[in-house]
Design a protein around this ligand. Structure first.
Ligand SMILES: Cc1cc2nc3c(=O)[nH]c(=O)nc-3n(C[C@H](O)[C@H](O)[C@H](O)COP(=O)(O)OP(=O)(O)OC[C@H]3O[C@@H](n4cnc5c(N)ncnc54)[C@H](O)[C@@H]3O)c2cc1C
Length: 436
């Protein structure tokens, strides 16, 4: 139940900041209990990172986005949308070569002398103490393989040297090196797909956002409401348009450092820890082609330093519904952060991407219908060494103030969309229990 009061003050039971999947899931959890919750969203559209753009009949998600959700709560929501199933087939672009993913177990196309150097490095790899992601990579793969692929990729994707990153986030994301697998992939192209999930799902129609459209339709979302201040003593949230709302419980999916900056009486050590957290931002160059089948795979990684993009995916391979008949598309991801601030213009990024398309022999300039730029201010939280401890300290303090953080940037964690959904549902549970 919500009431509009005088002087621009709005009163609502549970207030949720942000209408990405985490905020939507918190509101969904409230509805499942028959409770009310209002979402306040800074933008004029819902979905956060799961939103898309449509250009002349081409639909582009915000970067790759395929679902490998296993949680029953998530499948219950996602599976109501008819979907396509894909094998997770991706490739790597390295100079003139296209290598199946992961590159270290698919070296077949490389010249013999390069394979020998790379494999010798793996055999000679020594184990020792692991302090950083760089140590982990070198001990896993040997120096030659580490320098050829993951160390280069880290600088492009994470915007920092691997020596600055910790290792706790790695989990299953990186395939460990097994000498027999590496040797096998050096002798034959007939290697099994070793991606850490076996099946990926994608809506037949309407882009990835279709998976969450029902949650959007059912939610009470107030758009163009950017939170600028959180008063936990007065239990009130203030927006950039001068209005404010009272809350009984507050769930926040806005980036954790921004939330802390909007709060009052923040202890110095918490303010410093919050200010030290940083994330990558992402420029996306979406390209439409007047011919089919441009992409070599569902998505591909790009190692070459002269190409700004570190990854690209194919909307039409995710679903043919994403492009007009006879056409295809690609979207390129370019990353920056405070450690590598953007030093090029949008036109430079488009020109660089065009050059990459030509170099990779994907299409000729006259086959390109458009190149479109979008920007996402938050992409991946960066796991610089010691980040988790500082992040946990900040999160505990925020919860002690009766604010429940959720989602990728609220929790400040490497969460997939299914995990962000679970995070939102769990945050609602904690928020609700705190009122009992
Ligand atoms: C490059 C990339 C690829 C990915 N690929 C996959 C994939 O293949 N599969 C998968 O499952 N997941 C993938 N993910 C992860 C997935 O996108 C996230 O887990 C999920 O979208 C995060 O949802 P969220 O609600 O936590 O955050 P967001 O989607 O960021 O939502 C937060 C919302 O809060 C709003 N907001 C922010 N500040 C304020 C404020 N001050 N006031 C009001 N509102 C505010 C924002 O506008 C936004 O709408 C990928 C992510 C990235 C970056």
């Amino acid at each position: 139940m919500q009431t509009i009061l005088n002087q621009g003050v709005i009163l609502s039971d549970t207030v949720i900041i942000g209408s990405g999947i985490a905020g939507l899931a918190a509101a969904y959890a409230a509805r499942l209990k028959g409770h009310t919750a209002a979402i306040y969203e800074a933008r004029s559209r819902a979905g956060g990172l799961l939103d898309h753009i449509v250009i002349d009949g081409f639909c582009f998600d915000t970067a790759v986005h395929l679902s490998f959700a296993s949680e029953p709560e998530v499948r219950e929501v996602f599976d109501r949308t008819p979907y396509l199933t894909h094998a997770p087939v991706s490739v790597n672009r390295d100079g003139e070569y296209w290598l199946k993913h992961p590159a270290q177990t698919n070296m077949y196309p490389l010249p013999p002398e390069e394979k020998v150097e790379l494999i010798a490095g793996l055999i000679e790899a020594e184990s020792g103490e692991i302090h950083t992601y760089r140590d982990w990579l070198i001990q896993q793969y040997g120096t030659a393989i580490a320098e050829r692929w993951p160390l280069r990729y880290t600088r492009k994707y994470w915007t920092v040297d691997a020596a600055k990153l910790g290792t706790k986030w790695v989990g299953q994301r990186m395939r460990k090196a097994d000498l027999r697998e590496v040797l096998h992939g050096a002798f034959t192209s007939e290697t099994p797909n070793q991606y850490y999930v076996k099946e990926m799902r994608y809506p037949q129609k309407g882009g990835y956002k279709s998976f969450i459209q029902q949650m959007i339709d059912d939610a009470d979302i107030r758009f163009n409401k950017s939170v600028v201040a959180v008063d936990t003593r007065g239990k009130r949230v203030r927006f950039s348009d001068g209005t404010s709302t009272a809350y009984s419980s507050l769930i926040s999916t806005m980036p954790l450092p921004l939330l802390v900056a909007a709060m009052q009486d923040v202890p110095e050590d918490i303010a410093a820890a919050a200010a030290s957290l940083f994330a990558t931002e992402m420029d996306l160059i979406s390209v439409g082609f007047n011919k089919p089948n441009v992409s070599p795979a569902l998505w591909f990684y790009i190692y070459d330093e002269n190409i700004l993009a570190s990854r690209a995916y194919s909307p039409d391979l995710k679903s043919p519904d994403n492009v007009p008949s006879g056409c295809s598309a690609l979207q390129f991801e370019i990353y920056w952060s405070k450690e590598r601030p953007r030093n090029v213009t949008i036109e430079d990024m488009k020109a660089n991407t065009l050059q990459a398309i030509i170099e990779m022999k994907l299409a000729a300039p006259e086959e390109i219908l458009f190149m479109h730029h979008t920007h996402a201010p938050y992409a991946n939280v960066v796991f610089d060494t010691g980040m988790e401890e500082r992040r946990d300290q900040v999160r505990s303090w925020v919860e002690s103030q009766g604010v429940f953080p959720a989602g990728r940037f609220g929790e400040w964690e490497y969460l997939w969309s299914n995990q962000s959904m679970m995070s939102g549902m769990k945050a609602y549970e904690r928020a609700w229990r705190s009122l009992e």
